[in-house]
Ligand binder design. Sequence first.
Ligand SMILES: *Cc1c(COP(=O)(O)O)cnc(C)c1O
Length: 369
Amino acid sequence: MQVLFNDLAAQYQAIRAEADEAIQKVLQEGWFVGGAHVQNFEKSFAERCGALHAIGLGNATDGLFLALKVLGVKPGDEVITPAWSWISSAEVITLCGAQVVFADVEPDTFLISTKSIEQKITAKTKAVIVVHLYGKMADLKPIKALCDQHQLKLIEDCSQAHFAESAAGKVGTVGDCGVFSFYPTKNLGAFGDAGCLITNNETLALKVRRLANHGGLTKDEHLFEGVNSRLDSLQAAILQVKLNFVSSWTAIRKTLAEVYLDHLKSVPEIILPRIDEPAAHVFHLFVIRVQKREELQAYLGERGIQTLIHYPKAIPFEPAYTYLSHSENDFPVAAQLQHDVLSLPLHPFLSQKQIEYVCEAINSFYGGN
Ligand SMILES: *Cc1c(COP(=O)(O)O)cnc(C)c1O
């Protein structure tokens, strides 16, 4: 049996009629950047997120950069960000001329640890970027309280957690702003690069919109220097179509995740992800911690099961950050995760049978039944 890690071709087939129609419409109208499709999507997305404003952008990395800029992060400032994440949430800090300060994560949720944030706060700390990694929302109540207490800005990287919600609130609306990626493999993905920033703060929204468009809202308006990071009409039209499917796709992800949790719970060599509030996890990825990872990965590969590693290296140990001279003792959890995380196939075009097949293979690898 083949179990693909992701299947974007199957996803396209599922929405083909609507997607083709939307694309044709944009092509026939001949308006490719900005315009009605972008505005409509921004409005729909903001509503779905429970936010007042959504600004379509070129990608989420730009969104994080623009958020820091608009929140006033500058040279001399420090920004705290998880040691365990995709590199975007760290590199944008340097782009602003500020200092990257890594915090360690929790061993069973993979998310930034509140205690570690607290230990890293100095007089220079200006902001915290939390990442809702793998689809699970970080513990925002204590983190928000900590940020308020120290007057720090809070940015949520929601790139892997579209429409998650917790007791603290809906994803992206608890901090000063939330940033989403619509990279094709994300829970809501475009047919190329795309991203978005949401916020309830009108001033912040206006500044981001200007900064992303050369410092102005209209052509030839340049109130300050900006960048070019816009959502294009084709991607907006496609995202609008997919927006109607995300809830049902997320529901399938959750059902399949339950199958994994149930079938793998008695394997002693595996640490399963901690879930907590069900609505706060949208299962972008299903990541387990395992013994003999490389052997297991090869064993599954021989049986047609694709797995990936998110991530092979913790960010502080990437060559890009050797200048910080960190050692594994600085981030013991992130350092350990490098050796034992494994992402199992999980997407809306898998069946329960396929997930059971993966679980059987894992069980037999470890000598169970
Ligand atoms: C995908 C991703 C990003 C980057 O998104 P782009 O749209 O590719 O710039 C940032 N943070 C996290 C956690 C991601 O998963």
